[in-house]
Ligand binder design. Sequence first.
Ligand code: F6P
Length: 609
Amino acid sequence: WGHMGGLAGGALAALLLGPRWKQTTLPTARGRWLVDAAPVPWLRSSPKPLDGGRGRLRDSPQWRALQEHVQAIKQTQLKDLLQEEARTDGLIREAGGLYMDFSRQNATPDTLKLLLELAEAADLRGKVDALFSGKHINSTEDRAVLHPALRAPRDAVIEDAGKNVVPEVWAVLDKIKAFTERVRGGEWKGVTGKPLTNVVSIGIGGSALGPLFVHTALSTEPEAMSQAAGRSLVFLANVDPVDAVRALHGLDAERTLVVIVSKTFTTAETMLNARTVRAWLTERLGPEAVAKHMVAVSTNLKAVAEFGIDPENAFGFWDWVGGRFSVSSAVGMVPLSLHYSFPVMERFLQGMRAMDDHFRSAPLHDNLPALLGLLNVWNSTFLGHSTTAILPYQQALQHFAPHIQQLSMESNGKGVAIDGTRLPYETGEIDFGEPGTNGQHSFYQLIHQGRVIPAEFIGVARSQQDVYLQGEKVSSHEELMCNFFAQPDALAMGKDAATLRAEGVPEHLVPHKTFTGNRPSLSILLPELNAFTLGQLLSLYEHRIATSGFVWGINSFDQWGVELGKVLANKVRAKVQEARSANCPLSAADGFCPSTVRLLNRFLQQGQT
Ligand code: F6P
């Protein structure tokens, strides 16, 4: 592609192979999945190698065109651009009830055109096709990346190595449905004959953050709330003993079901917490409690059995589901269906599926996740903004930003291209966030007058809950949303010195009260926050992150960067235990640098008291 110029992949393939849709209508295994969404003009077997993007995309004319375009954009001001009706129209999209306005990006329709050309050069469509068709795009682990199969319809055909994975997905879903109904209906009881109304979900990272985010978002949604009446769900993630104490505080073991969630079933923190909670249960209820009070979610059913849990009480998933993409697998479905019921969670899966279908079939120009991912590349790589603020104006989305942190930073924080060559640009961005308006009273000072941080505002038109005072509805939601609309304009428009002077602001305060403006944001508006729209939102971000990774030419689906620290922790653990049992301080001979030796000895000394 590097030598083909602007029209490269798409136009050339069309010339050589005819219109793309002709290839996709073949009755291939995955064809049945395409039926409802047809015609899907771009879904095709990629004629290019899967690693076609690579860091060398930087040498392409499309990349250079965007670099030159940066200079043009730097001459613009959002306060002027935002007056243009036609530009506004060109930078708003809507799909499946989700309204996305990116007119407050430092961008014009030309930017969009150039980004779409870059997407073409990076073979974005081919890579999306490869993802949905089960190619082993996680090349460093030789794995497919098939999380969309977790929410595919029962009759879909999606293959990994020639085998349709959908029947297995539905076998597990059926098992989850049956099990959670038995528990919720009181048919599955604890060892003392009491119904199990409390759930403790033990897991960390992708085995906790996503389910916790969904749990928080549904906990105030009326339908989900009514399904959860009389039940409790807590997550235990950290190996800090304080987290175990917090999670178990006030729980009645006789009524508690523990779900151990770990893809590998080897994660040190999770396994230690699992052993702790197993001891907590068996001390109170005897060894037979494990069979009734502990179940597992894992890809490693052998390790589950070794832990003492009957594989019959385990819910499997597959190595083609990345931990951070596993919310829609048994990882999220078991604890959340126990709490909210399977039908509620099925609507969540349907919402995800709706966004998957959109991502798969909508032209890139109108494709919400693709556009979000491309704008992300624009902000981070071309404009040099290394941070993104995720700002939901919805307390129920309190744990959205922490989940996106893992999803995005573990996926796209990479230093090399998919072929192992060092990247000539930085990938990924630092994601952080907090619900509005809380964040306004915390870090917004910096995003208004300090560093430029592209912000993603997420609002919801109808509140999950209303508050009444003496029979009158309190306007809290209106108040919240007024801020949701005001903040993006404050960031974009700013406030200049002349305006301040005209308002009579004393001269010495003018610089302090000036807002430079021209700060980018985008706004996403959902009609309401329920299980379905929550699924749409999550899938939107999953695919947005994959899009950026595809364009950067990296493998967004491995996470080797988390290994080194884990290995070093093993060495520290062994040495600390050795020093404790020998009652002798560590020295340089233990193989740590002088700083670590001093820190460890201080810990050994102070930790003994
Ligand atoms: O440390 C990172 C990680 O491997 C994540 O990718 C994963 O979500 C988490 O640990 C938990 O892993 P597991 O589900 O195997 O316990």
